[in-house]
Design a protein. Structure first.
Length: 240
C-alpha cells in the first residue's frame, strides 16, 4: 500500500488546492474509513474510503511516467539550492506538476532516469527488497584483470557491508581504457564510481542504459518520452 498525505490526494482529485485541502481537514470535513481525518493524516486513494462533506472522493489521479536521458551536469532532484539544472527542468513547465525523479543518478553521470507521480512505482524501483536490475556502460581507466572483475562480481566491501553480486564484462578496450557493461541489483550512493576507484580503475564516463528491461535505445541526451505503465513488465509484482 502506498499512502499519500490527504491534502495531496484531494488536490490530485481536482477538488481544490493543497492549501484549501488543509483547511477542509482543519474544519473536520474529511473522513477516512468512517473516522474524522486531520492535517498530516495519510491514505491510499485506491484502498481507503475518503469522504468530503459526506460525499465520496473520486480520485482523478492519472499515472504519469517519463523516461528521461539525463545529461552530465544535471541533478536528480526536484529542486537545487545551488541553482543547478534538475531533471524536472528538462521537461516543459506545464508537465512538471506533481512529478518527482525515481531514485538518483549522480551529477557526473548520464543516462536513464524515470520521472513520475506514481508512488508505487517509486517504491518498487527503489526499495532494496525488489532488487530490480539497472544496466550501465562505464568507461574506466586501464584494463581490469579477470581477477579484479571476479572480485567485483562477487562483492566488494562498501560502508562496512558487502555489495550484492553483479554482472560485469569488458565490451572493448582502447588507449588503456575499458568499456564495461555492468548490471546491478542495488543502488548505493555512487556505488560504481567508488568500487572502480577502490579497485584501481577510476570511472571516466558512466551511462545508465536500462532500468530493468526498459532501455534508452535511441533517446537522445536531454530528451524524454512518456511511457505506459504496461511497459513495466520489468516489474513482476501485480500490485504495481
Amino acid at each position: 500500500m502506498t499512502k499519500l498525505r490527504l491534502q495531496k490526494i484531494i488536490a490530485n482529485a481536482g477538488i481544490c488546492s493543497r492549501r484549501k485541502a488543509e483547511l477542509l481537514l482543519a474544519q473536520n470535513r474529511v473522513m477516512i474509513n468512517g473516522e474524522t481525518a486531520k492535517v498530516g493524516d495519510k491514505a491510499d486513494p485506491e484502498v481507503d474510503k475518503i469522504f468530503i462533506d459526506k460525499c465520496p472522493l473520486i480520485s482523478k489521479l492519472e499515472v504519469i511516467i517519463y523516461l528521461l536521458n539525463k545529461p552530465v551536469g544535471v541533478v536528480s532532484t526536484c529542486s537545487d539550492t545551488h541553482g543547478r539544472a534538475t531533471v524536472l527542468d528538462l521537461l516543459p513547465l506545464h508537465l512538471r506538476k506533481g512529478l518527482h525523479p525515481v531514485g538518483r543518478l549522480d551529477f557526473k553521470s548520464r543516462g536513464a532516469i524515470l520521472i513520475t507521480n506514481y508512488g508505487k512505482l517509486t517504491m518498487h524501483l527503489t526499495h532494496p527488497r525488489y532488487s530490480h536490475e539497472k544496466t550501465y556502460n562505464v568507461w574506466v581507466k586501464g584494463i581490469p584483470s579477470e581477477t579484479t572483475l571476479e572480485k567485483w562480481r562477487h562483492g566488494v566491501i562498501l560502508d562496512s557491508k558487502i555489495t550484492l553480486r553483479a554482472s560485469i564484462e569488458i565490451l572493448k578496450s582502447k588507449n588503456n581504457q575499458s568499456l564495461l557493461k555492468i548490471v546491478l541489483k542495488e543502488g548505493r550512493n555512487r556505488q560504481i564510481r567508488r568500487i572502480a576507484e577502490q579497485l584501481g580503475h577510476p570511472v571516466i564516463d558512466l551511462q545508465r542504459t536500462a532500468i530493468g528491461r526498459l532501455k534508452l535505445n535511441n533517446l537522445k541526451e536531454g530528451n524524454w518520452r512518456r511511457i505506459k505503465l504496461s511497459e513495466f513488465n520489468l516489474i513482476e509484482d501485480s500490485s504495481i
